[in-house]
Design a protein around this ligand. Structure first.
Ligand SMILES: Nc1ncnc2c1ncn2[C@@H]1O[C@H](COP(=O)(O)OP(=O)(O)OP(=O)(O)O)[C@@H](O)[C@H]1O
Length: 262
């Protein structure tokens, strides 16, 4: 489904700030894989995700989505395959536009922009039903501006928008890190439901080892731009936070409290 083949990325090459952020990383995801990604600060997690999304050019290697070589495909074209939710609830939606307009735009992702798309009443009924399912009281806020919603409400809608037109790949970059624990839990539960209901192939970065173990069928630990640990299925189910801390310690990194417990 996703094939990352020996990719490398160096920032500020040839300067004193040169940083090898990804070092010959390879990864193959099967359809329906839900991979959680952990690693300390600067391990390369976001760089991996940004490379896949096409935010910048990689230095070496190839990236394929469903056997299509997307290595040189610009980010906006790659977006047709990818749904993304960022850490910052302000990203991913248009804050000055109404909830229903944001959803209608997401429903037209990949279509040519038109002056008047002609929104249909049945679409709004569908949005209302989907919002009601989020259980955040959003079904009556279709006409509210996105900017007036809480962070949790925005992340839930961004997740809905990212998955409205079933993407080949869902990328979640610490999408609950900026939320309070109770709201984060709600958005995570929603994430699990959306991923399961749609059988989405998902890559989720988290700072929280407990979440990395609770969610998904496979876990990657990155360190210094390399994959330090790749566990899945039964092996992942048996893995404890203690095991992860051990692996982390062997990499010579200090574990922050936030990463251990979230
Ligand atoms: N756009 C960029 N320009 C310059 N350096 C960058 C850029 N993005 C990442 N880096 C550097 O690459 C390294 C890996 O960063 P990355 O953001 O991928 O780590 P991370 O694992 O996501 O860390 P964190 O948990 O702190 O977000 C870091 O040293 C970082 O400073």
């Amino acid at each position: 489904m996703l094939r990352v083949d020996g990719i490398s990325k160096t920032f500020f090459a040839g300067t004193v700030n040169e940083k090898l952020a990804l070092n010959n990383v390879s990864l193959e995801m099967r359809p329906g894989d839900f991979i959680t990604v952990i690693g300390g600060n600067g391990a390369g997690k976001s760089t991996l995700m940004n490379s896949i999304a096409g935010v910048f050019k990689i230095d070496r290697g190839k990236i394929y989505i469903d056997d299509v070589d997307v290595t040189d495909m610009p980010e906006h074209e790659r977006a047709a395959y990818i749904g993304r939710v960022f850490q910052d609830p302000m990203l991913g939606t248009a804050s000055g536009m109404m909830v229903e307009e944001n959803l209608a735009m997401a429903a037209r992702r990949g279509q040519k922009l038109q002056l008047r798309w002609g929104f249909r009443d049945d679409e709004f009924a569908e949005f209302k039903e989907k919002l009601a399912k989020l259980d955040l009281g959003l079904e009556d806020r279709l006409k509210s501006r996105m900017g007036t919603l809480s962070g949790g409400q925005r992340q839930a809608i961004t997740l809905l928008m990212a998955t409205l037109r079933k993407p080949k790949l869902l990328l979640l970059d610490e999408h609950t890190a900026a939320l309070d624990p109770k709201t984060a839990e709600k958005v995570l539960a929603l994430t699990r439901r959306v991923v399961e209901e749609n059988g989405l192939t998902t890559l989720m970065i988290t700072h929280n080892m407990r979440d990395a173990l609770r969610f998904g069928n496979r876990l990657l630990m990155l360190n210094d731009g390399e994959i330090l640990l790749d566990i899945q299925g039964g092996e992942k189910a048996k893995t404890t936070i203690h095991d992860l801390l051990d692996a982390f310690e062997h990499s010579g990194k200090e574990v922050s409290d936030r990463m251990a417990l979230g």
